[in-house]
Ligand binder design. Structure first.
Ligand code: GLC
Length: 657
């Protein structure tokens, strides 16, 4: 089907916007128009889904935003755009390896990151996610997720020039900067919310940016919505609506009462965020983490998550980014059930048109489930049941992040593995809270909800594996932390290490001491990496050194394995030993079989699994050795061992690796 032509009104809007920037060379205009012809169908289709007959009017606005952003984009970033367009799979290369941290907790401030570059480079980092750094509200701000001004940096971290300099400096070292864009809500102190409260004609306009209800009742008021809305923070922010006296109404607040949900059905909101995307992209941010994206569209009678319009919104924003700053990628932060997850990478008409990256929440949950149970049967079912992701989509794989772990285990998957979903979720929270007999974990229960039985867990990787303050199983802990990282680094996609986990840091016992943190125990697993703490990795034989070096080894081996390209198809072997996870990755550059023993025993793997995958001369890239079966046709895995097996023939006398 031929692509629809770009309507004249849209072309005129583009021309006018480009004219506003004096001295724009002719070749730049040509480029913009070529991109417009290329991405117009994506933009148009998304806007028809969202705005029907008004699609073209909204499109003209967004294209004008894109044209301005394009014209203002610095030359070095235009050059980056060209490079990335020539290599669209840059993010899928096996040398992409991530780290996520709070700039202040890891390095003091943005300029301070300079001093920590050796730490990152030694770890193999090429992708750096800095937690929210834009100006938040004062006081409690949900770790920066309540933004008061998207065009300013948190003053104690630096300013916009520091951010630009950091992005440029990191890029020169091959590290992409990743920053949050909070889409679902703004702080109640944000100018839009302030204007809405001020009333008057302008107030009316800004009231329309939010979901405001005059009263709670009626067929489509807060009470009606709450019948099907899950609570995100039942402990400290029950309900999803907050009364505001100035508004004389109830405003939608999914998270905390001071985080006001935006009304994304309002084209003004879409246009504002299109502009913010390009503002951040033009500072040199390469990946935008779209925070809480699942919640953007509200529909009565549903959980108001994962609505189809969310994907249309993402497609529209991405088309704008492609027009102006195609080097920029989008990452979905959608911590949703396994069946809804793949939609964020694009399925059906959105294939390849929404987010480039999405968190593999299911894999994270299954890693913890396998380690607790010492068994892989549930993980096999769950991971096999995931619909295939498009080959252009890339998972962010991770062991821990700044958030709690919610036990997103599907009842159907549990049943297929002979488990009760509720019972298994209960087992996992008991196990990681250290309440299950024999558990070495020292996690904290986060947001227990008696109504649903939901009981999430906070804790660093070290504290969840036996390396906590009580040191319930330090040896096992080191092995489990490294195995968990091997599973996620060997899955494919961009593995992201959560700050402090590479140093085996336990929970921060003083987490509640900081003002505003006292009720949010997620701060326990957001420890500060002081100079003294960071130096521990140099103490030979220390747990910090063993974990750091182990993770750095994974990054190094990965970077040299073309088989780990993220576009591979991945499937889990259904019939290995129950304590072994076998992951087969097929890519044009070769096959890789990841083998992971999740138990404290030696376990066998049938050699035929490797042969059936097509490996004739199997070689373990992690250990750097050629593999051979024993007399019974078995390969034995040591407790918590990981092997990344590829096809290689080591020539006698030459070292592997
Ligand atoms: C995301 C963040 C989480 C935050 C929430 C609200 O889920 O990861 O930390 O509380 O969004 O912005």
């Amino acid at each position: 089907m031929p692509a629809p032509p770009v309507p004249d009104a849209v072309l005129v809007a583009a021309r006018h916007a480009l004219d506003e920037v004096p001295g724009l060379p002719e070749h730049r205009r040509t480029t913009f128009h070529a991109r417009l012809a290329r991405w117009w169908p994506d933009l148009h289709a998304a806007l028809v889904d969202l705005h029907g007959d008004a699609a073209e009017v909204v499109a003209a606005r967004l294209v004008a935003v894109a044209a301005r952003g394009f014209a203002e984009r610095p030359d070095d970033l235009h050059a980056l755009d060209e490079q990335r367009l020539l290599r669209p799979d840059w993010i899928q290369q096996p040398d992409r390896f991530g780290y996520a941290c709070y700039a202040d907790r890891f390095a003091g401030d943005l300029p301070g990151l300079e001093r920590r570059l050796d730490h990152l480079e030694d770890l193999g980092v090429t992708y750096l996610h800095l937690m929210p750094l834009l100006q938040p509200r004062e006081g409690d701000n949900d770790g920066g997720y309540a933004v008061a001004d998207y065009r300013a940096v948190r003053p104690d971290l630096g300013d916009l020039d520091d951010l630009r300099a950091l992005a440029t400096g990191l890029r020169a070292r091959g590290i992409s900067l990743v920053v949050d864009l909070v889409l679902n809500h703004v702080a109640r102190e944000h100018a839009w919310a302030v204007a809405a409260r001020a009333g008057g004609a302008e107030g009316e306009t800004y009231r329309g940016y939010f979901h405001v209800f005059d009263d709670r009742g009626g067929p489509s008021g807060p009470d009606a919505y709450e019948r099907t809305l899950p609570e995100v923070f039942p402990d400290f922010a029950p309900g999803s609506f907050t009364y505001d006296a100035d508004l004389d109404g109830w405003v939608w607040t999914t998270f905390n009462s001071w985080q006001w949900d935006l009304d994304w059905s309002n084209p003004d909101v879409l246009a504002e965020f299109a502009d913010l995307v390009l503002f951040l992209a033009n500072l040199g941010v390469e990946v935008l983490r779209l925070d809480a994206i699942a919640f953007l569209w509200k529909r009565l009678g549903t959980s108001c998550q994962n609505q189809p319009e969310v994907h249309a919104i993402t497609q529209a924003l991405r088309a704008v980014a492609r027009l102006a700053a195609p080097a920029t990628l989008f990452k979905a932060e959608a911590i949703v059930g396994p069946r809804d997850l793949v939609g964020y990478l694009g399925t059906g008409p959105h294939t390849g048109k929404v987010c480039d990256l999405a968190y593999h929440n299911s894999l994270m949950v299954q890693v913890w489930s396998m380690l607790a149970a010492g068994d892989t049967v549930l993980a096999r079912h769950a991971l096999s049941a995931l619909p295939a992701a498009p080959s252009t989509g890339t998972w962010i794989t991770y062991v821990r992040c700044h958030d709690d772990i919610g036990w997103a285990i599907d009842d159907g998957d549990a049943a297929a593995a002979g488990l009760g979903g509720w019972e298994h979720r209960r087992f996992l929270s008991d196990y990681y809270a250290g309440l299950f007999p024999g558990s070495p974990a020292e996690g904290l229960v986060f947001q227990e909800n008696p109504a649903t039985g939901d009981r999430r867990i906070s804790g660093t990787a070290a504290s969840l594996t036996g390396l906590g303050r009580r040191r319930l199983d330090p040896e096992g802990g080191v092995a489990r932390v490294l195995l968990a990282h091997a599973v996620v680094a060997g899955w494919g996609g961009v593995p992201v290490v959560w700050s402090g986990d590479e140093l085996a840091l336990p929970n921060d016992p003083h987490w509640a001491d900081e003002p505003g943190h006292e009720r949010d125990n997620r701060w326990a697993h957001r420890p500060r990496v002081t100079d003294e703490v960071a130096a521990r990795r140099h103490e030979t034989g220390s747990e910090a050194a063993r974990v750091f070096d182990g993770i750095a080894h994974l990054a190094r081996v990965r970077a040299a394995l073309p088989e780990l390209h993220a576009a591979a198809s991945v499937h889990v072997l259904p019939d290995t030993d129950a304590r072994v996870l076998g992951v087969v990755r097929r890519h044009a550059s070769g096959v890789m079989v990841g083998l992971y023993n999740v138990s404290r025993e030696h376990r066998p793997v049938a050699w035929r699994h490797l042969q059936e995958a097509g490996l004739r001369t199997p070689y373990d890239a992690l250990a750097g050795e050629q593999l051979t079966p024993d007399a019974d046709g078995l390969l034995w895995l040591a407790p918590y061992a990981a092997r990344w097996v590829v096809e290689r023939q080591v020539v006698e006398g030459q070292a592997g690796g």
